[in-house]
Design a protein around this ligand. Structure first.
Ligand SMILES: Cc1cc2nc3c(=O)[nH]c(=O)nc-3n(C[C@H](O)[C@H](O)[C@H](O)COP(=O)(O)O)c2cc1C
Length: 382
């Protein structure tokens, strides 16, 4: 029997099995209404399940309304939001994918506009249009950029509250039908603000050396793990390097501690602490985060996921086959081709149609059979 390409081997994590190694990376859509996902999200996410991805991560979703980046981001704080997510997770599951959610808290990066408005901070002028700015919180009162809004420095009570918000949110993730949760520890949001020696200037036990700056992330991960059922996987997205003082050595040390607290997969990204989110800390070559996922996997001994310009079936398969990462996550390529997993399977010699839903696969299979016939045979088959 021919060997299954590594990209299409299943992977069991706790009580759930990913049917292949292809994961939909979180993609903010700026299309939520009052923090609830809409029909847009159902269609946007639903088509990735139809296309054969094993695990579909919904975009960064705030643990509370006031920790959102923009007015158009989703949250998971109210019953209506939970109901909105439930509709989506039901669809994903019914169509063969696991449903994941990325939980976030923007910290000092709250109260901004969408990327197509330059991620600019909301101002009093925006308030007239109904987008009233509000103040963020952060480990230290350091603005995102000089002259920008200054966040309020968190005290010990704020730290407890943010952890409690995550605990409440992760319980609601269970009610909303998610199988996988990811803590957003990357891209300059609250967890990374604590990790960063640039943003975190605290002199208490949550700042100072690496151990102090990691304390918030570790307490958060521990609390989320305790509140998330033991059979459900927990991922953590890290900015493996941020170009502003956080290095890969730091990431390996963090990964070791996260794994000890029951985090199952380290999702390796980069950047976000200084400059716009789009700032390239790592040169944008194909698979640009794979070396980080590879090193964390080897040195911390935990499963990893790589993301960043993974667009080709042979490329993706090689990363998994060579043991450089356990999972590959794709974002923009899936916008271009939501059926990428099925196409990748075909390219690697499998029956790609097996990954598509029956109402598509039946017709496409017939089309393939007809294509193989000679013109005379095809005419007779009509
Ligand atoms: C439209 C869009 C929205 C994104 N939103 C998020 C997000 O909510 N959370 C996150 O961690 N990364 C987000 N990202 C980053 C992606 O998850 C991914 O890491 C990045 O795009 C690199 O992968 P790619 O080359 O396959 O697109 C977003 C990317 C795009 C293109």
């Amino acid at each position: 029997m021919p060997q299954i390409p590594a990209l299409f081997t299943p992977m069991a994590i706790r009580g759930f099995t990913l049917k292949n190694r292809i994961v939909v990376s979180p993609m903010s859509q700026y299309a939520a209404v009052e923090g609830a996902p809409t029909d847009w999200h159902l269609v946007h996410l639903g088509k990735f399940a139809l296309g054969g991805a094993a695990l579909v991560f919904c975009e960064e979703t705030s643990v509370s309304m006031t920790s959102r980046k923009t007015y158009d981001d989703p949250a998971i704080e109210t019953e209506a939001q939970v109901r909105g997510w439930r509709r989506i997770t039901d669809f994903l599951r019914a169509n063969g994918a696991l449903a994941g959610i990325q939980l976030g808290h923007a910290g000092r990066k709250v109260s901004t506009k969408a990327p197509w408005e330059g991620f600019a901070s909301l101002t009093e002028a925006d308030a007239a249009g109904g987008r009233v700015p509000w103040q963020g919180i952060a480990p230290s009162a350091v603005p995102v950029k000089p002259g920008g809004p200054v966040p309020r420095e968190m005290d010990a009570d704020d730290i407890r509250k943010v952890i409690a918000l995550h605990v409440d949110a992760v319980r609601r993730c269970g009610e909303a039908g998610f199988e996988v949760v990811e803590i957003h520890g990357a891209h300059g949001y609250i967890v990374q603000q604590f990790l960063s020696p640039v943003v975190n200037r605290r002199t208490d036990g949550y700042g100072g050396d690496r151990r102090g700056r990691m304390r918030f992330a570790l307490e958060l991960a521990e609390a989320v793990r305790a509140a998330w059922p033991a059979d459900r996987p927990l991922f953590f997205r890290v900015s493996a390097v941020d170009g502003a003082g956080w290095t890969m050595d730091d990431t390996v040390a963090l990964a070791v501690e996260l794994a000890a607290r029951g985090v199952d997969v380290l999702d390796c990204s980069s950047g976000g602490i200084e400059g716009p989110l789009t700032l390239s800390i790592v040169p944008r070559v194909p698979g640009y985060h794979v070396p980080f996922a590879e090193r964390a996997r080897r040195e911390a001994g935990m499963p990893t996921m790589a993301v960043g310009l993974i667009t080709d079936a042979t490329q993706a398969n090689a990363y998994v086959a060579e043991g450089r990462c356990d999972l590959v996550a794709l974002a923009r390529e899936l916008m271009w081709d939501p059926n990428w997993p099925a196409h990748a399977a075909a390219e690697l010699g499998l029956d790609g149609l097996d990954l598509l839903p029956k109402p598509y696969a039946w017709w496409l299979r017939r089309r393939e059979e007809v294509r193989r016939l000679s013109p005379t045979e095809a005419e007779a088959a009509e």
